[in-house]
Design a protein. Structure first.
Length: 204
């Protein structure tokens, strides 16, 4: 499947009906999701493998992985309404998606999340709850050898320091995340947020 075809299919994924500002529930734009996924696909980190999407929301990354031939896709999400939408999205696009009900901020979450070959995620940037991204990074590195994540621009030095001794950064891709006006504190109709797709490889 070509990148543009993947992006077009992901445009069909329905977003959150009642997004939570505290959880930073923004729908990952299709172009950004497709870029992360295609990068992972070309690196051999998707096709035929078990893929884990942390904070799966309405399923755009997991569904994209399934469309690219993942052997199994498992999402992790605490919001049951988002999970319902994700399951409908998967059904509409003809792919299988299994979602585990777990809170990434709960210390017990790691025990119910299975191992995988690759983790894909768009964690909270920590704009509303400081350090909200750290449990995502920690669990990701405990569950897979390779992690693809979307982070705020300029996050690379922090992530390099935070994961020192556990992982190495193998790729950083500059990108944009277009966010439409979603919450009451948004003043613009949409805003283009500079982000980085960061690839981590666990140190054995």
């Amino acid at each position: 499947m070509r990148l543009r075809r993947l992006e077009m299919l992901l445009e069909k994924v329905t977003g959150f009906e009642n997004p939570s500002a505290e959880r930073e529930q923004y729908q990952t734009p299709a172009p950004l999701a497709a870029r992360l996924l295609y990068t992972a696909f070309l690196a051999g980190d998707i096709a035929g493998l078990r893929i884990l999407e942390l904070g799966s929301g309405t399923g755009i990354l997991g569904i994209g992985a399934a469309l690219l031939g993942a052997g199994e896709v498992i999402g992790v999400e605490i919001d049951t309404e988002a999970t319902r939408i994700a399951e409908l999205n998967a059904l509409n696009l003809g792919v299988d998606l299994h979602i585990i009900d777990a809170d990434m901020g709960d210390p017990g979450a790691e025990g119910v999340i299975p191992m995988a070959d690759t983790v894909i995620m768009n964690p909270p940037f920590g704009a509303q709850v400081e350090h909200a991204d750290r449990p995502f990074i920690d669990i990701a590195l405990s569950k897979a050898d390779v992690v693809y994540g979307i982070f705020n621009k300029g996050s690379e030095p922090f992530i390099r320091q935070y994961t020192a001794g556990r992982a190495e950064i193998t790729n950083v891709i500059a990108a944009e995340c277009t966010i439409p006006r979603t919450f009451f504190f948004h003043t613009d109709e949409k805003r283009d947020i500079p982000v980085e797709i960061i690839v981590l490889k666990r140190i054995q």
